[in-house]
Design a protein around this ligand. Structure first.
Ligand code: HEM
Length: 336
């Protein structure tokens, strides 16, 4: 590693992918049966495979929207289905009351967004340990909905490691603490129907594997601020030790541009549930998914990441902001 195997700049990496120059980002009973306060598939452990399908609504009235949402939320035995909606569903077409903080995902500094891979009125996530169910979910047609973009993801070797070889999850809130970081609560200055839901962020990253693989492990560890083998923060012994930023005021151990030092969250945390994707041998990446009680906490972190060392190795090309509907028959509140 690190012996000049490939010296590809980010620009030629992008050009090779054909993305330079693209600007801007561009069952009725079923839902009633989902009687809990929250949808499954958020705080439950991530499954081995996942499918994300974004749709646009072609139905012409509220009844059509309701039927489409109920159909798409239908449980699939052996899989977990979650349904979220995008800001565009709340345009003038249906006169629906939007979650207070839901906007279309903006383009961030490092982004080269492809409009064909962004946004959507509805986002369906299907998680399963069975590949066939994921394939079926990707191929599904639903009256009143037109697919906009779709992608499937996995955990390499069934582990919570990304394709850059690093463990993920240490900085997530503890299970006992997830609720207050993830769910919209009564009193959150949101429409009543939003309580029990969550803001879902999806960011699609292509990973520049040749550039990454050419780096030494020591360099890679300084990009994330964690050790590659066991995930411990640099300077500490164990994955679950807190990084010692106070003891490293000059950034000698944990560089200021390392991912975790930039992403350090304080008390307002997000819950990350990312997967990897592989669409071709030379087209692999990260499907970053996070759930949070409001979008501010995501955007605060995202803005601090601007200029981080990781930027050189990733290309954010798609995704969107969505609102994960509460559990139960959500269409009752949403379409009331
Ligand atoms: C390809 C893109 C990304 C990769 C490969 C990546 C990878 C990682 C890794 C390996 C960690 C350390 C282990 C952990 O805590 O899970 C981490 C931590 C973290 N990442 Fe990312 N990440 C990516 C993008 C993002 C984005 C877009 C955000 C949010 C804007 C984000 C937010 C965080 C946060 C909040 C932490 C925990 C920091 C802490 O409190 O220690 N990451 N990420």
């Amino acid at each position: 590693m690190g012996v000049g195997v490939v010296t590809v700049g980010r620009r030629s990496f992008l050009a090779g992918m054909g993305v330079l120059g693209v600007a801007g980002c561009g069952a009725e009973q079923a839902m009633a049966d989902r009687s809990g306060e929250h949808q499954d598939g958020v705080v439950s452990p991530a499954q081995a495979r996942t499918a994300l399908v974004a749709f646009d609504v072609t139905a012409s009235d509220r009844a059509g929207v309701g039927a489409a949402l109920r159909a798409v939320a239908q449980p699939i035995p052996g899989a977990t289905v979650t349904v979220a909606v995008g800001a565009s569903l709340f345009d003038r077409r249906f006169g629906l009351t939007a979650p207070q903080r839901l906007v279309a995902m903006p383009a961030f500094r490092n982004d080269v967004l492809d409009p064909a891979w962004c946004h959507g009125d509805v986002l369906v996530q299907v998680g399963s340990d069975q590949s066939e169910l994921i394939e079926a979910a990707l191929a599904r047609t639903v009256p009143g909905l037109e697919p906009r973009w779709r992608i499937s993801g996995f955990h390499p070797d069934g582990q919570a490691r990304n394709l850059f070889g690093f463990k993920e999850g240490a900085g997530n809130p503890a299970a006992s603490d997830e609720g207050r970081h993830v769910w919209v609560h009564a009193g959150d200055d949101e429409p009543a129907w939003c309580v029990g839901g969550s803001y879902q962020v999806v960011r699609l990253f292509r990973l520049a594997m040749p550039i990454w693989d050419a780096e030494s492990t020591a360099r890679q560890e300084r990009v994330f601020g964690r050790r590659k083998d066991d995930g411990a923060p640099l300077g500490r012994a164990d994955e679950h030790d807190e990084p010692d930023y106070a003891g490293d005021p000059d950034g000698k151990v944990l560089p200021f541009d390392s991912h975790i030092r930039r992403a350090n969250q304080g008390d307002k945390r997000i819950l990350r549930r990312s997967h990897s994707y592989r669409r071709a041998a030379d087209d692999v990446g990260q499907i970053f998914v996070s759930f949070q009680r409001d979008l501010d906490r995501f955007e605060t972190i995202q803005q601090r990441l601007a200029g981080e060392a990781l930027e050189r190795y990733v290309l954010p090309f798609g995704g969107g902001y969505y609102f994960l509907l509460p559990g139960g028959d959500v269409t009752r509140g949403l379409l009331a």
